[in-house]
Ligand binder design. Structure first.
Ligand code: F6P
Length: 342
């Protein structure tokens, strides 16, 4: 059996761990041959490949990024995209495809399988942790660790200068990174996209924190929105899946806080640092197990499925189930954190 592998969407710590596990088990136990498609769906559309086998995956477990490259190419927005994918799968004699990605990449895999009969198995990745049908995606734990370390470091500057430090974290339209890193880092305010925020309330928390002789850290998710207003964006461009490029709310909020409280407020935008570098042990463990189970699904011909974490078990779910609805933060979970605000 020949298996194609691709990684799509934003890069994410743990992608290489999945590729390694898929290839190691596939070659060693099932006698599979592999081909890598370069840069996500773009490589499958354009027929750009890289050789993939055990020698190519040696030493990649701790490496961030993806040895296959990635892109946000949407074959359904590319002329003859689906036909080209089919032709290239035939050209390279690929019997099955392992697609490693988030909502967009897996959404394409679901459609290719359900509507065009292309044999795909999905593996969920994203630092945002916003995919339904899996308890966690790999990449999230690493991103939370990086954001938490940044918050720890920012506390010392905030205290030394008695200024407000606003930390903008990623997560798109889900507040998972903000909530987990904010709690772990002892933030005094955490703002998430799921709950619109009131700037006056934020300022009241900031002021009360100063009254206790401490300097406040405000963690704001890039997708968080003020109660009366639109999403604050530095740059309104969209990718080929129609997603707007987020970021800007951190800078905006610091200015508002400074004007309304008279306290100096500065912003740190963590950006791609959250996705870079070596994966945490948890993400390597999860990514490796996802890879092992994905190649099992391929071997058994169980296509149209995605591997998912349920408790400590890896299960299979229809890919379409994982992409139908975003997994967002429950209001009750967010309320739990409220005791630390202010
Ligand atoms: O989905 C992962 C993610 O890092 C989001 O948190 C963020 O909004 C987006 O990707 C940024 O994408 P890009 O790197 O393409 O600008």
């Amino acid at each position: 059996m020949k298996v194609g592998v691709l990684t799509g969407g934003g890069d994410c710590p743990g992608l290489n761990a999945v590729i390694r596990a898929v290839v190691r088990k596939g070659e060693q136990e099932y006698g599979c041959a592999f081909v890598g498609f370069k840069d996500g769906w773009r490589g499958a559309v354009e027929g750009r490949t890289v050789p993939l086998g055990i020698p190519a995956v040696r030493g990649i477990l701790p490496r961030g990024g993806t040895i296959l490259g990635s892109s946000r190419t949407n074959p359904f927005k590319t002329e003859n995209g689906v036909r080209d994918i089919k032709d290239n799968l035939a050209k390279y004699e690929v019997d099955a495809l392992v697609a490693i990605g988030g909502e967009d990449t897996l959404g394409v895999a679901a459609r290719l399988h359900d509507e065009y009969g292309i044999p795909c198995v999905g593996v969920p990745k994203t630092i945002d942790n916003d995919l339904s049908a899996t308890d966690y995606t790999f990449g999230f734990d690493t991103a939370v660790g990086i954001a938490t370390e940044a918050i720890d470091r920012l506390h010392t500057t905030a205290e030394s200068h008695m200024r407000v430090l606003v930390v903008e974290v990623m997560g798109r339209h889900a507040g998972w990174i903000a909530l987990h890193s904010g709690l772990a880092g002892g933030a005094n305010v955490i703002l998430i996209p799921e709950q619109r925020f009131d700037v006056d309330q934020v300022c009241a928390w900031v002021t009360s924190r100063f009254k206790a002789s401490y300097a406040p850290i405000v963690v704001v998710a890039e997708g968080a929105m003020p109660k009366d207003g639109d999403m604050v964006l530095k740059d309104g461009t969209k990718d080929s899946f129609g997603h707007v490029r987020l970021s800007g709310v951190g800078e905006w909020l610091a200015k508002e806080i400074e004007e309304r409280t008279g306290k100096e407020a500065r912003t740190t935008v963590l950006g791609h640092i959250q996705r870079g570098g070596t994966p945490s042990a948890f993400d390597r463990w999860l990514a490796t197990r996802f890879g092992l189970h994905a190649i099992d699904a391929v071997h058994e011909g169980d296509f149209g499925k995605m591997v998912a974490l349920k408790g400590t078990d890896i299960v299979r779910v229809p890919i379409a189930d994982a992409t139908a609805k975003l997994k967002t933060v429950d209001p009750a979970l967010y309320r739990e954190a409220g005791v630390f605000f202010g």
